[in-house]
Design a protein around this ligand. Structure first.
Ligand code: 3PG
Length: 393
């Protein structure tokens, strides 16, 4: 596809799809890896005299919702970029148009959350048209959102001349190099809280990996599907059939599934809340699983010793609330050490995952860290990503 090297940027209004869906803590960006990732693209556009107009989703709002505004994230972009970044309170309409026409060559503008409009996720033609009216050319630098066929990730690429941004290029190259023909056995760790959107793809993943370690909210759903009582834990009970299907497919294919054998449980959603460690079948009705326990960590470390490649998406527990970060930190350190020793090739991806690995001090020792979570898993499944396909000509 066309890259920024092929683009005539001077004086152009450049609509740049970035992924500013970053982890937040008390209204502040708690991990800005995704912001750092887009800096090369922003610098190229501004240095060549283009006007960079940034489009992104943030969270999963249903319509306009000020608690999911990109305004604080725009400030974080400004801090990293080291130059003023304007903000418009809408991504289409009069506010957006005014903000765009106020731009001088080399300026940067962040438009409000695209998901404040239903047309974004529907990839609605009239919404695509409204966005397209704000720009002359389109750049997609959001590999991590490329698994979504939304207006800003896919629709726009068909409306305006489209280019791949630097981060998009780098992600595709790095993942291809590391994982196109991985050394086996391949061990995957999939955890985190986004259960419903990831559960189905686990079935396909069992065809690609040899050992699948399931953690986080995802693991609770599997435990519940096996009849284990998980109390008040994050769990999608109505996906029990899908979970059982994944287990059956894995068994047919000879993919080993590893589930937690013990858990750290608590009654309160807070850092340092009173907690206890129990076997997974002894969670009380009023307790929540907040982390995998030490026996599970030991089990995962045993499995790691047999692997040559590790792919990781999603933390084991509520890593942002210590001590519920223990399992994620321990496994992250083990993977980082084995990678440093040349025993493993390790690739991790996802907003929360990267934040968790940074927190563990392990990210820099992984072979490659992708900004993408869901998109990374879908790429791994061998799926075509609509945001990437739309860039091909
Ligand atoms: C992500 O965080 O994986 C991307 O930003 C996509 O977010 P989504 O799963 O809400 O579409």
């Amino acid at each position: 596809f066309r890259t920024l090297d092929d683009a005539d940027l001077a004086g152009k209004r450049v609509l740049v799809r970035v992924d500013l869906n970053v982890p937040m803590d008390n209204g502040r960006v708690s991990d800005d890896t995704r912001i750092q990732a887009i800096l090369p693209t922003l610098r190229t556009i501004t240095e060549k005299g283009g006007k960079a107009i940034l489009l992104s989703h943030f969270g999963r709002p249903k319509g306009r919702d000020e608690s999911q505004s990109l305004a604080p994230v725009a400030k974080a972009v400004e801090a990293r970029l080291g130059k003023p970044v304007a903000f418009a309170s809408d991504c289409v309409g009069e506010d957006a148009a005014k903000a765009v026409s106020a731009l001088a060559d080399g300026d940067v503008l962040v438009l409000e959350n695209t998901r404040f409009h239903a047309g974004e996720e529907k990839n609605a033609a009239d919404f695509v048209q409204q966005l397209a009216a704000l720009g002359d050319i389109y750049v997609n630098d959001a590999f991590s959102a490329a698994h979504r066929a939304h207006a800003s990730t896919e629709g726009l690429a068909h409306k305006l001349t489209a280019f791949a941004g630097r981060s998009m290029q780098k992600e595709l190259e790095a993942l291809g190099t590391a994982l196109e023909a991985p050394q086996r056995p391949v061990l995957a760790v999939v955890g985190g809280a986004k259960v419903s959107s990831k559960l189905e793809l686990l079935g396909n993943l069992t065809a690609k990996v040899d050992i699948l370690v399931i953690g986080g909210g995802m693991a609770n759903t599997f435990l519940a599907a096996k009849g284990v009582k998980v109390g008040k834990s994050l769990c999608e009970h109505d996906l029990a059939d899908t979970a059982r299907q994944v287990l059956a497919t894995a068994a047919e294919r000879g993919c080993e599934i590893v589930l937690p054998v013990d858990a750290v449980v608590t009654k309160t959603f807070a850092a340092n809340a009173p907690h206890r460690v129990v076997p997974v079948d002894q969670v009380a009705e009023d307790e929540m699983i907040f982390d995998a326990g030490p026996q599970t960590v030991a089990l995962v470390k045993e499995k790691l010793k047999t692997a040559k490649t590790v792919v990781w998406n999603g933390p084991f527990g509520a890593f942002e609330l210590p001590p519920f970060d223990a399992a994620t930190v321990a496994v992250a350190k083990a993977v980082a050490e084995a990678t440093k020793a040349g025993i493993l090739l390790s690739v991790a991806g996802g907003g929360d995952t990267v934040a968790a690995l940074n927190h563990a001090g392990a990210a820099q020792d992984f072979s490659y860290v992708s900004t993408a979570g869901g998109a990374f898993l879908e790429w791994l499944e061998g799926k075509q990503l609509p945001g990437v396909e739309a860039l091909r000509r």
